[in-house]
Design a protein around this ligand. Structure first.
Ligand code: NDP
Length: 295
């Protein structure tokens, strides 16, 4: 039976994720609808990938509705706009990096209309979406995931991590671990720069040693040392993720001073460097604190 998917939110992530859905629909005889607040992007997506640009009410005809918006607040806005129009049996897959408490509330609200909800945030960036290799962490009913697993054409790895909200919790912790690594690497490199060490040489050997991480291997060499800071993921969104991680820590009654501290540091970086800068530009605050550049 041919499937219809709908994708809401054609941003840095949604654009290439929805392109994968369009490719999959082309291969399987299905349909891939796309909706974006700014309609022109949906029209451009349809021209480029063969998806179908839709008005918001039209997405209710899909078997599976994906959303990938900045925060759970924008997902709430779209859900409110669609209230009473969704069909029973539909599965809503929210790929936003959202809040666990919002997921629980949204899932309960949708269940009343016979619509299932999965929180299914992704990791791997726009490049991973283009390659169809995103890691997806899914919270919600495992049986519902099996109903839609074949529709996740942008995924390289899909893992069910627990009940509703668990996917968002894991995603927040995942990104905060990356943020910890990036901040710590920035501090270490700023200290080395002040002692006159060549940072390219330092990173070459750190990356052959036990101090290596995704930021030392990829982010810092490609974005910070080059002074390019190309925008793929907004610093404000990473600060949001670290804030969600801090809420997860508090909600769990856990003791996580490093994670809490890093949430505050990225909030400060978003305020000083700019929420719309690329996330790697957080290290400009480390540079200010040290009176040196990481280059
Ligand atoms: P972008 O800022 O690039 O895109 C945001 C999208 O949301 C746009 O399509 C925008 O529409 C839409 N939007 C914004 N506000 C509203 C609103 N009030 N109502 C409806 N639509 C709205 O964000 P990203 O794609 O980078 O991020 C999306 C989510 O994915 C976030 O939760 C982020 O944390 C997460 N994420 C991002 C990654 C990345 O590398 N960028 C990696 C993994 C997860 P419009 O075109 O009209 O502005």
């Amino acid at each position: 039976m041919s499937r219809t998917t709908a994708f809401l939110g054609l941003g840095a992530m949604g654009w290439p994720m929805a392109a994968q859905l369009a490719r999959h629909a082309g291969e399987t005889g299905g349909r891939a609808l796309v909706w974006n607040r700014t309609r022109e992007k949906a029209d451009a997506h349809a021209r480029e990938f063969g998806s179908e640009a839709a008005e918001l009410p039209e997405v209710t005809g899909a078997n599976v509705i994906f959303s990938c918006l900045p925060t759970s607040a924008e997902v709430d806005e779209v859900l409110t706009a669609l209230a009473g129009q969704l069909r029973p049996g539909t599965v809503w897959v929210d790929c936003t990096s959202g809040r666990p408490d919002a997921a629980r509330r949204q899932a309960a609200g949708l269940a009343a209309s016979g619509v299932a909800f999965l929180d299914a945030p992704v990791s791997g960036g726009p490049g991973g979406a283009q390659a169809g290799t995103l890691a997806v962490m899914v919270g919600g009913d495992a049986a519902v995931l099996e109903r839609v697993r074949g529709d996740l054409a942008f995924a390289g790895k899909v893992v069910h991590v627990g009940e509703t909200g668990s996917g968002f919790a894991v995603k927040a912790i995942n990104n905060t671990l990356m943020a910890v690594n990036m901040w710590a690497a920035g501090e270490g490199l700023a200290a080395l720069a002040r002692t006159g060490v060549d940072l390219h040489a330092a990173l070459e050997v750190i990356n052959a040693g036990s101090g290596r991480s995704y930021p030392t291997e990829t982010l810092i060499p490609q974005r910070v040392l080059t002074r390019e800071f190309p925008l793929t993921f907004q610093l404000g969104l990473l600060a949001k993720d670290a804030g969600i991680a801090a809420e997860v820590v508090q909600g769990a009654g856990a003791s996580a001073p490093v994670l809490m501290q890093v949430a505050a540091l990225y909030r400060a970086a978003a305020h000083t460097v700019g929420a719309e800068a690329d996330y790697s530009a957080a290290l400009k605050l480390v540079e200010q604190l040290n009176g040196t550049e990481i280059k």
